[in-house]
Design a protein around this ligand. Structure first.
Ligand SMILES: *Cc1c(COP(=O)(O)O)cnc(C)c1O
Length: 230
């Protein structure tokens, strides 16, 4: 099943790239494997998946040693400061930084491990109260503040769009994210890049790609629905 789903997602990514005149290699597919058993991750790996997204520190530390070393782990969920130390040397990218305090903790732990940690700023474009993330208006100043941390490198922006029945309803959000990344890039802040736009999930990744996503995070579309009762 995972193999078929992966093929299906891959085809949809290709078509969305074609429609928007983009190259397939401009878009990275993150297989969101949260709550899924290691067998499922191995099956996805066998089908070519190399980028896995998780939203809990404990799941990353459990799954990390069980998967091949060429897997890239992406932290996509809210990150508590006291847990940064467990993953700072294991993750390829933290998608969910939304405060200077969290970035400072990442700096401290990154320095201890002598690594530089790539991060994205999580933006709450729709300003949903239930969501983490900074507002569009606050994003530039947060980027500026974090830019002074030598072991933290901002590579771009991430957003979690609202759950909607019709993916077109989220198009404005993806457009706004793209514009925000262009605006911040134009300010030329030292140590801040804007080449990653992490947006689009199972329900809306094709629209996100059409609007410039460079990373899409697909869980259900690859692994099937999640069971949170375990
Ligand atoms: C769970 C999750 C996803 C994947 O959601 P699906 O709708 O299953 O594709 C993507 N991004 C984040 C931040 C998530 O927590």
């Amino acid at each position: 099943m995972i193999q078929e789903q992966m093929k299906n997602v891959e085809e949809k990514i290709c078509r969305a790239c074609e429609r928007s005149g983009r190259k397939r290699d401009e878009v990275t597919l993150i297989a969101v494997s949260k709550t899924k058993p290691i067998e499922d991750l191995k099956e996805a790996y066998a089908c070519g998946a190399r980028f896995f997204g998780e939203n809990k520190v404990q799941e990353i530390t459990e799954k990390y040693p069980q998967m091949p070393a060429d897997v890239q782990w992406h932290m996509i969920g809210h990150l508590q400061r006291n847990k940064v130390k467990y993953i700072v040397d294991k993750i390829a990218l933290i998608h969910s930084v939304d405060s200077l305090r969290l970035a400072q903790t990442i700096q401290t732990e990154a320095e201890k491990h002598q690594v530089t940690v790539p991060i994205l700023l999580e933006v709450n474009v729709a300003e949903e109260e239930s969501k983490f993330g900074v507002s569009v208006a606050e994003t530039f100043s947060l980027a500026q503040q974090i830019s002074s941390l030598p072991n933290v490198h901002i590579e771009g922006l991430m957003t979690i769009a609202p759950y909607v029945d019709e993916p077109e309803e989220n198009r404005w959000i993806f457009k706004k994210m793209k514009q925000l990344s262009i605006d911040i890039r134009q300010k030329n802040i030292d140590n801040v890049d804007m080449y990653v736009l992490s947006m689009g999930m199972t329900g809306d990744y094709e629209v996100a790609i059409e609007e410039g996503a460079t990373m899409v995070r697909v869980g259900t579309g690859i692994f099937g629905s999640r069971n949170y009762s375990f």
